[in-house]
Design a protein around this ligand. Structure first.
Ligand code: PAF
Length: 282
């Protein structure tokens, strides 16, 4: 595995692979890798000649009161996992490499970035869109892999890839869950044992809502009420930011449950913010 820290160098390396007719699969991450990330790397390995992974804790996607400083970092452990999966390239830039002095260009995907999580994390998707655009420009991957766990992120990235004519296919892979249903996330490491137990309410709320829809409950207001009731029944959940039934393309709350709908939820457990979602086909 080649370890590269400088954008210009990985740009040249990837360009050479493409010139030789090799497809490149790219898995952008912020590190603290779990099985969810590893599933993306495995998928990329299956579908491409070359797999590149990046680890960069992107400061522009964290708000001033958010967890940038305490975000889990484990470069040594992560590198070992990536090497074991036989990825070809690991891109490990630092803040100065990605945002040199004078940096002043941002990518903002309007409308959808302001919905759901965007209401609570105002500049988050602007930071994600900017860094993902930079990474796609540097690597020029044939395919880029993201997890469904960050559903809104995948919608924003698909939009920007289309709008900015990136020659990359966005591949969204299934959420990987713990044995009790909790979606894997680097932020689960913040939870104490009681909060970890309480966090199962997210998956419970999604599965109960999905079952209700599939067995004929077709009022979005009733389903939303059900979801809130499950989450409110867990005393360690300190805030419900949103929970309901949404259109998977526009991310608007639906007026009627028809075709494919998105069940999505964001809560706070003390200082930790957790999100999860499920697609339901009616
Ligand atoms: O999903 C993530 O880990 C990040 O938001 C991403 C896509 C790597 C951009 O920093």
């Amino acid at each position: 595995m080649e370890l590269i820290r400088i954008p210009r160098i990985i740009q040249d390396t990837c360009k050479k692979h493409l010139q030789k007719g090799r497809s490149i699969g790219f898995v952008p991450t912020m590190g603290a890798l779990h099985e969810g990330h590893l599933s993306l790397i495995k998928r990329s390995k299956m579908e491409n000649d070359v797999t590149a992974v990046s680890i960069f804790v992107n400061p522009t996607q964290f708000g001033p009161a958010e967890d940038l400083d305490r975000y889990p970092r484990d470069i040594e452990g992560d590198s070992k996992k990536i090497r074991e999966l036989e990825a070809d390239v690991l891109f490990l830039p630092d803040d100065r490499m990605m945002y040199p002095t004078g940096f002043s260009t941002f990518v903002d995907v309007e409308k959808i970035s302001g919905k759901l999580c965007g209401e609570f994390r105002p500049d988050h998707f602007k930071g994600v869109s900017t860094v993902v655009s930079k990474l796609l420009n540097i690597v020029r991957p044939t395919r880029a892999y993201f997890g469904q766990k960050d559903f809104q992120q995948s919608v924003v990235i698909k939009r920007l890839v289309k709008d900015l004519n990136f020659d990359t296919e966005v591949v969204v892979c299934p959420t990987i869950r713990e044995h009790d249903g909790l979606a894997m996330s680097s932020r689960n490491a913040y939870l104490n044992p009681e909060q970890r137990h309480a966090a199962t309410a997210l998956f419970r709320c999604l599965t109960e809502a999905s079952q209700a829809i599939l067995s004929g409950k077709h009022s979005p207001a009733k389903v939303r009420e059900m979801m809130h009731a499950v989450l409110s029944g867990e005393p360690l959940i300190t805030a419900i930011e949103y929970a309901g039934v949404y259109d998977p393309e526009t991310l608007d709350a639906v007026a009627e449950i028809k075709g494919e709908v998105l069940l999505a939820v964001a809560v706070r457990l003390g200082n930790t913010r957790l999100i999860d979602n499920m697609l339901v086909n009616t």
